[in-house]
Design a binder for this molecule. Structure first.
Ligand code: ZN
Length: 167
C-alpha cells in the first residue's frame, strides 16, 4: 500500500515540496485555498496517501481527501498507526463555511480501527485570515497532544499556489 518514494526519511522540506506539487493540481477558485497533503509512516518512510483541495467530489479539502483515501486501506501492522504524520501546505482549518467537518476535527478523529492516529502535523503556512477569521487549528491539535510543526522555507510558493484563484 506504500507508494514509491524517493524522499529521504524525515526530509520535512522535501515532503512539503511534494505536498506543494499536489496543491498545484487543485483547481484555482476564488472561494478557497489550493492546498496539498501527504500522509506518511514516519518509521518506514512510506507514503500512505495524498490529497489536494477538491480532489474528491464536493467542496473537499486536501487533508480531508488524503485521510478519506487512506481510511479504506488495510494496514497489517498495528504499530503503523502510532507513527503517522501528516504534511499539509496550510494549517488545517478549524471552521468551514460550507458545513463540512473542519480538517482539524477530522485529524483529531483519526482513529483507524480504534488505534491511535496521527501524531504530528507538519505545516507550511498558517491559514491567512480571509474566509473564516482566525484559525485555531494549531491550538486544538496541540491540546490533543498532536505535535504541530512549522516547516519553513516555502511560504511564498505555498501562498502563491493557495491563492491562485483569488483576485
Ligand atoms: Zn480543511
Amino acid at each position: 500500500m506504500v507508494e514509491a518514494n524517493s524522499i529521504a526519511a524525515k526530509d520535512h522540506l522535501a515532503y512539503m515540496e511534494y505536498a506543494l506539487s499536489l496543491a498545484k493540481q487543485a483547481p484555482p477558485k476564488p472561494t478557497n485555498f489550493c492546498v496539498g497533503a501527504v500522509l506518511v509512516d514516519e518509521v518506514t518512510n512510506g507514503i500512505l496517501a495524498t490529497g489536494y483541495t477538491m480532489e474528491l467530489p464536493g467542496n473537499t479539502h486536501a487533508e480531508q481527501c488524503c485521510l478519506a483515501k487512506f481510511e479504506g486501506k488495510a494496514l497489517s501492522d498495528d504499530e503503523v498507526l502510532k507513527r503517522l504524520v501528516l504534511y499539509t501546505t496550510m494549517e488545517p482549518c478549524n471552521k468551514r463555511a460550507s458545513g463540512n467537518a473542519p480538517c482539524t476535527e477530522t485529524i483529531l478523529k483519526t482513529n483507524f480501527d480504534g488505534k491511535s492516529g496521527i501524531k504530528a502535523v507538519y505545516v507550511g503556512v498558517q491559514e491567512p485570515v480571509k474566509f473564516v477569521g482566525q484559525n485555531t487549528g494549531k491550538a486544538k491539535l496541540e491540546e490533543a497532544g498532536i505535535e504541530y510543526i512549522h516547516v519553513s522555507g516555502l511560504e511564498d510558493d505555498i501562498l502563491a499556489v493557495a491563492t491562485a484563484g483569488h483576485k
